[in-house]
Design a binder for this molecule. Structure first.
Ligand code: CO
Length: 134
């Protein structure tokens, strides 16, 4: 089902402060920045070898990431696993009886297709599947 860990999603309140930490002090290169209205976030991908840290700043109070920060404070929001075939991975997750948030893939950053599994089905870890754009 999973090919690799694609990224760790980190919820932040202050993107400039987070960039000062990750880019400037931890020396991770900024690879991509995108506002994803559909998900209500501004996202920045930073390079860590072949994987990434994905910083997520909520665009408004009504977004899932804003609610997460309100409940838990800033911090690790999700783990994303890369797959070459997200449709097959979703079928496999469904066959394994895992509860999904997204029954169908939706658009992620950089033209990827993504789908989230429910954290109640995955031991409290919000889990994302991501198929990179080809
Ligand atoms: Co993500």
């Amino acid at each position: 089902m999973f090919g690799r860990i694609d990224h760790i999603g980190v919820a932040v309140e202050d993107l400039d402060a987070a960039m000062e930490l990750y880019r400037d002090r931890l020396d991770m290169r900024e690879q991509h920045r995108e506002t994803v209205e559909e998900s209500g976030v501004e996202a920045v991908l930073l390079e860590v070898g072949e994987s990434h840290v994905e910083l997520l700043r909520p665009l408004s109070e009504e977004t899932g990431v804003a609610r997460f920060i309100e409940r838990n404070g800033p911090g690790i929001h999700h783990v994303a696993y890369g797959t070459d075939d997200i449709d097959a991975a979703l079928d496999a997750a469904r066959a394994a009886g895992l509860r999904l948030i997204d029954e169908e893939p939706r658009r992620g950053i950089r033209g990827s297709r993504v789908a989230f599994m429910h954290p109640k089905a995955t031991a409290g870890v919000l889990t994302e599947l991501v198929e990179a754009a080809h």
